[in-house]
Design a protein around this ligand. Structure first.
Ligand code: ZN
Ligand code: FE
Length: 253
């Protein structure tokens, strides 16, 4: 199975999975790029997976599902009329045509019912975890998002992470404000600037890279906690409180 990134809107990625003549897509916010790729490569769409209800992730589903008879997988906890197979934590999505199977992880925070798909050493996490960042808390609490990120952080370190937006470079600018002494972060900043200079995607990246450089996964480190406390001007009791402070800081950055 091959995974291809299709660009959509300003900075979205629609991930297309392909094997032989079969394809599946994750979070098709726009049908156009998907239909172009399918016809250009002689592929048949066999399944659609969505992570949450936002229009930039589900906007193309109705048009794609109308053209093909296929299952639309999505979170049971959200109101998405086009979803035919609502999913809960621990359930599996089998895609026999792609030779792949994914486990569902509930990762609330960005939205209340947000889910991620894990399998074939890949994680499709929508707007939960980004390169050096994380999604905004539109519907969930900081505690929920922190729990969700811990769940993702517990996956194997070599997991390849396919998030839905190209936000890495801007996120790194913030991460450097939190951890100016993180040498791995400086190295990643150099690599990402090089990639973006050539208009190359910075996604996917590995969980190992995130654990070394993403401040939202590093709130238990004394250096991150100290930076968040200095910013807030008060002691922060637990990792969720540090996470909330770093998220607030990023909102205003
Ligand atoms: Zn979203
Ligand atoms: Fe989004």
């Amino acid at each position: 199975m091959e995974i291809v990134g299709l660009r959509a809107f300003r900075d979205n990625y629609i991930w297309l999975l392909r094997r032989d003549t079969a394809a599946a897509v994750v979070d098709p916010g726009d049908a156009g790029p998907v239909l172009n790729y399918l016809s250009g490569n002689g592929l048949t769409l066999r399944a659609i997976l969505v992570t949450h209800h936002h229009p930039d992730h589900v906007g193309g589903v109705a048009a794609l599902a109308a053209r093909h008879d296929l299952p639309v997988f999505g979170p049971a906890g959200e109101e998405i009329p086009t979803v035919t197979h609502p999913l809960h934590e621990g359930e599996r999505v089998h895609l026999p045509a792609l030779g792949a199977s994914f486990r569902v992880l509930e990762v609330p925070g960005h939205t209340r019912g947000h889910i991620a798909y894990y399998g074939a050493n890949a994680l499709f996490c929508g707007d939960t975890l980004f390169g050096c960042g994380c999604g905004r808390l539109f519907e969930g609490t900081a505690q929920q998002m922190w729990n969700s990120l811990q769940k993702l952080a517990a996956l194997p370190a070599h997991t390849r992470i396919y998030c839905a937006h190209e936000y890495t470079q801007a996120n790194i600018a913030f991460a450097l404000a939190v951890e100016p002494g993180n040498e791995a972060l400086h190295e990643r900043a150099r690599q990402v600037a090089e990639m973006r200079g050539h208009d190359l995607p910075t996604v996917p990246f590995t969980l190992a890279e995130e654990l070394a450089t993403n401040p939202f996964l590093r709130v238990e480190l004394p250096s991150v906690k100290a930076a968040a406390q200095a910013r807030q001007g008060q002691p922060l009791e637990d990792p969720a409180a540090v996470f909330a402070a770093v998220r607030e800081w990023k909102n205003r950055f």
